[in-house]
Design a protein around this ligand. Structure first.
Ligand code: COA
Ligand code: AMP
Length: 631
């Protein structure tokens, strides 16, 4: 069956379609209904069924004879180590860590926050939670202790699992002190912290609260898989919200397992036993879905890569990993390829490697610029597939589904709606716009299995944030258009979210931090175009009247403040002090116009602008810090 037929079948008969797909998963109890529609807008997949995600990702493969196959390969150029873990070993290690969690009192439904670098223990901790029905919440290591504290207060974990340190090429990240500080800041106090002591920087354990990973495991007996409801939460993953307060995206067990297995086969065209590599981080949704769950649920070998595309040691790092481990499909963000292209424009290092094993490259996380797509196609000589998705959906909304049919590629487009997603482009009044016209990209409910059923502990925010813009539709937050052939083009966000090196950040959150500085009267943060990272945040601040301090000292403090309060991942390095900010007559800051100025794009004078002269001042200030060039 070709793409069109599969898509139409999924639309016409979602229950039949996903009921069939569910055969890829082993269930402890069958569902009462494939799709429970009794409580709209809350739709639930596989209601009444029971399963265990860890059993499906690990134990069943051992039972089926894959015990000796590598499940996880940890390749860590930053520590100079490599480790291969078979499915049989993984089962043993996960069962023991699950036992260790159980020994600390963790039971079904309890939350466990995982704050770890790219080590196999991060995946082991996630799977161990799934094994006993606990809910994990992985927090990316590049976030500050304050961001971690916010997540602790929202998820209220019983136990924290952390690495003692992370290794970035330029420094050691002090996870343990960051963890201690976060717990200090948080109102909720986790009962226990299990710390993976890494030799590069072991952490100081707090007596009575902290326990070493090795000791916890040594004392534990293996735990069995606990069946859970398909509709129970598997994890909560926090993502930037428009207010700066992160949203706890909930993922359920049943729909997720089905979506992961189906997408591995049909979107990525990957078979059990193959090596699949998502070069991302376990702290992001890409890491959850396609470093851990997708490949393992499918019986693939997954790679946990603790390194960068460049500098560890050079721009041939990806080629080495692909060749050395026999990677069939690579998934990363376009920014990684932009980084490689910048360091090695002719891909000269590629000549040292044989990439015959590679079938396809998938890119996502940010808009893929046609230049990067074409460069990757040219050097790799395999299909390069841009696909579009977000933390909330957990898997691709639009893609070129290689496992179904390889459609022609149109650079700039992540191709067509994936079966199960009724993607529509609507105007403000909720009407479909004409093909080729830009509008808000929405998904008609119900969304397919795997997409978020709600936000953690906050059904109301779920409905308000995503389902209230247009009755019966999910608001993706992206704007774009669909062409005559149904190809989707995702152009920009309709909110304050920016995308920095594939990392999703809220400019509102950064503005909140800048505004907390005692010298700042008001401020704006915009996402200015960046050749490497796609976008970079740029701050514009107005000082309080009478502040006579050295502007350079203030900007330095502001940069340090954002790094401290949000984290290095924000890559907040540019801020400029201005006399005033351009506003509409009703007082709304004209961020969009300032972004256009920063990017040296044409802009129309906003009809409602209060004082047009301010735009000239902004241009001057931005050009002084390297923006607004060529205007
Ligand atoms: N823990 C602590 N700090 C981290 C971190 C982690 N897990 N990951 C990144 N950081 C830090 C970096 O050290 C850097 O700090 P610095 O300001 O001191 O240099 C900062 O956060 C920004 O990191 P990053 O966005 O990774 O930028 P970079 O300049 O180090 O590298 C790329 C740029 C393009 C090489 C890198 O972003 C990359 O490999 N991206 C590819 C894929 C990807 O991760 N996509 C995500 C979603 S699919
Ligand atoms: P995240 O939730 O961090 O995965 O970020 C999701 C957001 O990243 C989307 O809503 C888009 O704005 C952007 N994004 C992800 N993939 C793509 C893509 N292929 N093309 C354009 N934008 C993308």
């Amino acid at each position: 069956m070709g793409y069109q037929a599969v898509y139409e079948r999924a639309m016409r008969d979602p229950e039949g379609f996903w009921g069939e797909a569910a055969r890829l998963v082993d269930w402890d109890r069958p569902w009462d209904r494939v799709l429970d529609t009794t409580n709209p807008p809350f739709y639930r997949w596989f209601a009444g069924a029971e399963l265990n995600t860890c059993f499906n990702a690990v134990d069943r493969h051992v039972a089926a004879g894959r015990g000796d196959q590598p499940a996880i390969i940890h390749d860590s150029p930053v520590t100079g180590t490599k480790e291969s873990i078979t499915y049989a070993e993984l089962k043993d290690r996960v069962a023991h860590f699950a036992g260790a969690l159980r020994d600390q009192g963790v039971v079904k439904g309890d939350r466990v926050i995982v704050y770890m670098p790219m080590v196999p223990e991060a995946a082991i901790a996630m799977l161990a939670c799934a094994r006993i029905g606990a809910i994990h919440s992985v927090v990316f290591g590049g976030f500050s202790s304050r961001e971690l504290a916010t997540r602790i207060d929202d998820a209220k974990p019983k136990v924290m699992v952390a690495g003692s340190c992370g290794i970035e090429p330029n420094r050691v990240v002090h996870y343990k002190p960051l963890l201690d500080e976060a717990i200090e800041l948080a109102a909720h106090k986790p009962e226990r912290c299990i710390i993976l002591q890494r030799p590069q920087e072991p952490g100081t354990l707090i007596p009575g609260r902290d326990l070493g990973w090795a000791e916890a495991v040594a004392a534990a007996s293996p735990a069995d898989c606990v069946p859970v409801a398909a509709t129970d939460p598997l994890y909560v993953l926090y993502t930037s919200g428009t207010t700066g307060q992160p949203k706890g995206v909930v993922r359920d067990h049943g729909g997720h397992a089905v979506a992961m297995c189906w997408s591995m086969a049909n979107v990525y065209g990957v078979k059990p036993g193959e090596v699949y590599w998502a070069a991302s981080d376990v702290g992001w949704v890409v890491g959850h879905s396609y470093i851990v769950y997708g490949p393992l649920l499918t019986g693939c070998t997954t790679i946990i890569y603790e390194g960068k595309p460049i500098g560890t040691p050079d721009a041939g790092a990806f080629w080495r990993v692909i060749q050395e481990h026999g990677v069939s499909v690579l998934f990363t963000a376009p920014t990684a390829f932009r980084a490689i292209k910048r360091a090695d424009p002719n891909a000269a290092l590629l000549a040292n490697y044989d990439l015959g094993c590679l079938r396809a490259l998938f890119l996502a996380g940010e808009r893929c610029d046609p230049d990067t797509l074409k460069w990757a196609e040219q050097i790799l000589k395999v299909p390069v597939i841009d696909h579009w998705w977000q933390t909330e959906t957990g898997w691709a909304i639009a893609a070129n589904c290689l496992g179904i049919e390889s459609l022609p590629i149109k650079p700039g487009s992540p191709t067509v709606a994936v079966p199960g997603y009724d993607v529509q482009v609507l105007d403000e009044a909720g009407h479909q716009v004409a093909r080729g016209d830009i509008g808000r990209i929405m998904i008609k409910l119900p969304m397919p299995p795997g997409c978020l059923p709600t936000l953690w502990g906050n059904d109301q925010r779920f409905v308000e944030s995503y389902l209230s813009a247009q009755d019966g539709h999910y608001l993706t937050g992206d704007a774009g258009y669909m062409d005559e052939d149904g190809y989707i083009f995702v152009m920009s966000r309709i909110d304050d979210i920016i995308n920095v090196a594939g990392h999703r950040l809220s400019t509102g959150g950064m503005e909140g931090v800048l505004a907390s500085h005692p010298d700042v009267a008001e401020c704006a943060v915009i996402g200015a175009a960046d050749e490497l990272k796609g976008e970079l945040p740029v701050g514009l601040v107005v000082l309080k009247a009478g502040v006579a301090r050295d502007p350079a000292a203030i900007t330095k403090e502001l940069i340090a403040l954002v790094r401290d309060q949000i984290g290095p991942v924000a890559a907040f390095k540019h801020v400029t002090i201005v006399e005033r900010l351009p506003k509409t007559r009703s007082g709304k800051i004209l961020r969009g116009t300032m972004k256009k100025i920063a990017d040296a794009q044409e802009y129309g004078m906003p009809a409602t602008i209060d004082d047009p002269a301010i735009l000239g001042e902004i241009e001057e200030a931005l050009s002084a810090i390297g923006y607004a060039k060529g205007r």
